[in-house]
Design a protein around this ligand. Structure first.
Ligand code: PLZ
Length: 460
């Protein structure tokens, strides 16, 4: 079993994890290596060209914060499958829970014959999502499906049609969510007709707009009132920290001001916490950092340690407005994924993982601040917990126009990969490097990865 063994310790203290893969970077071939090249060749002949890969090294094993490829290279994983293996790859508690569930039963379909694991996940979500009021959930398979369901539920509850999102948002790849993304390319171009009644409102992007939370909220609300009309608006869907957009942290007060306006106008405000949720940012949900209590919260990615599971959770009256049979899906709330999710919630508690998020934030930001004093193309450092990004600008524009520097982002990610560090890019202009490691990443691994990034910056 590819699990993480844990040493026994007193119950008061969380045991130090013992990893099945040494937590170290190791580059033993060219990247990609010969075996990866061979697999890439097969892949190009059999997998749609529409599915791309950031780094075509083929993985055979992953544990903690390390990925091992078919050529024996070990990568420090600063992406965690885009924020999915938040508690670490093949965490022993997740592996054991999923394996145990596979032996008991793998599928019945909750909407045919239910089981406790689904109910338990709904209880845990009610407990850990922001807000102290009765909450209910529906479980589905993916982030985009959570967004789709959130919109469905809000439309049913309000009897209204329009959906609003923010500039720089990312919400998925289904027909509705394609229309909700900011970037047409690559997500929507050529895939129309897109869903209608989706409106893109200005967001809060302090590094560029310089607006206070109140000013940015005024701008967003003016757009919603003038362009959409409050009485037609079913929901406003917002990522508390925008993910694919480049980890934009909104100005203080922005999110609560929008929630206040939504509540006053009968609009359901939905937090897309698909990337930012599940203990990633040093809080269970990033909304908490901003004092935002959303009506509905969307969870996916990190909830089940890598197994596909997602949820819409929120105010019981909104969630109960749907007719019986109106929500569901064959695999939604699969028992194996639910068993894994219960283990993830337990691990967050047992191993005090909210503190790990804060530790990683401190380690990442202190290293990045040092790099910022050396390299003027680092324009902005932002984020929370294990969700930190740097926005790169053209030399000399950091205090003025902040021109996007996509070339530097691409070059650094490539340099890092060649040296055993998997780094993700982001940003509307491809101008952001994001650090999205699992909470299992040690300070030593962060320091090592940062030395590679320092070399990458020096090489530009
Ligand atoms: N909402 C905030 O980050 C997924 C996209 C990966 P799914 N982001 C990673 C890719 O290239 O497809 C995401 C997100 C936010 C929704 C989604 C969609 O989640 O599970 O990919 O459907």
């Amino acid at each position: 079993m590819t699990d993480t063994l844990t040493a026994s310790a007193s119950p008061a203290q969380s045991p130090a994890p013992v990893y099945t893969v040494p937590q170290e970077r190791r580059v033993v071939t060219a990247i990609p290596g010969p075996k990866s090249e061979e697999l890439q060749h097969r892949r190009l002949a059999s997998v749609s060209a529409g599915v791309s890969s950031t780094l075509p090294v083929y993985i055979t094993k992953a544990n903690g914060a390390i990925l091992v490829d078919v050529d024996g290279n070990q990568f420090i994983d600063l992406g965690a499958g885009i924020g999915v293996t938040t508690i670490g790859h093949t965490d022993s508690s997740v592996v054991e829970a999923a394996a145990g569930q596979v032996k008991d039963f793998i599928h019945t379909l909750f909407t045919i014959t239910p089981y406790e694991e689904y109910v338990r996940v709904a209880e845990l979500l009610a407990e850990h999502t922001p807000g102290d009021f009765p909450k209910k959930s529906v479980l589905i398979n993916s982030g985009a499906e959570a967004v789709e369901n959130g919109v469905k539920i809000a439309r049913k509850y309000t009897g209204r049609r329009a959906v609003a999102v923010l500039d720089h948002a990312y919400h998925g790849r289904t027909n509705l969510t394609m229309a909700m993304n900011y970037k047409a390319m690559p997500y929507a171009t050529g895939y129309g007709p897109l869903a209608g009644d989706v409106y893109h409102a200005p967001s809060s992007y302090p590094y560029h707009d310089g607006l206070s939370g109140a000013e940015a909220a005024d701008r967003t609300i003016t757009y919603l009132e003038k362009v959409v009309g409050a009485t037609d608006l079913a929901c406003l869907v917002v990522e508390p920290i925008q993910g694919e957009g480049g980890f934009m942290v909104p100005a203080d007060g922005y999110l609560p001001a929008l929630q206040e306006w939504c509540t006053a106008n009968g609009v359901v405000m939905i937090a897309d916490e698909i990337q930012s949720g599940m203990a990633r940012t040093g809080a269970y949900y990033a909304s908490e950092h901003f004092g935002w209590i959303p009506d509905l919260v969307l969870t996916a990615k990190g909830i089940a340690g890598g197994l596909p599971l997602a949820a819409v959770t929120g105010r019981a009256d909104i969630m109960d407005a749907s007719q019986p049979g109106g929500l569901g899906g064959t695999f939604g709330g699969n028992p194996v994924a639910c068993a894994a999710a219960i283990a993830v919630f337990e691990s967050i508690e047992r191993n005090n993982l909210l503190a790990e998020g804060k530790r990683i934030e401190a380690a990442l930001t202190s290293s990045l601040e040092q790099l910022k004093t050396k390299y003027d193309i680092i324009g902005d450092i932002r984020g929370r917990g294990a969700m930190i990004a740097i926005e790169l600008v053209q030399p000399g524009t950091g205090d003025t126009t902040k021109e996007p520097n996509q070339a530097a982002v691409t070059a650094i990610a490539k340099f890092a990969a060649k040296n055993g560090v998997l780094l993700l890019t982001a940003g509307t202009y491809g101008n952001v490097l994001r650090f999205l490691p699992s909470l299992a990443v040690s300070d030593e691994l962060i320091v090592d990865a940062m030395s590679v990034i320092d070399d990458a910056l020096a090489s530009l």
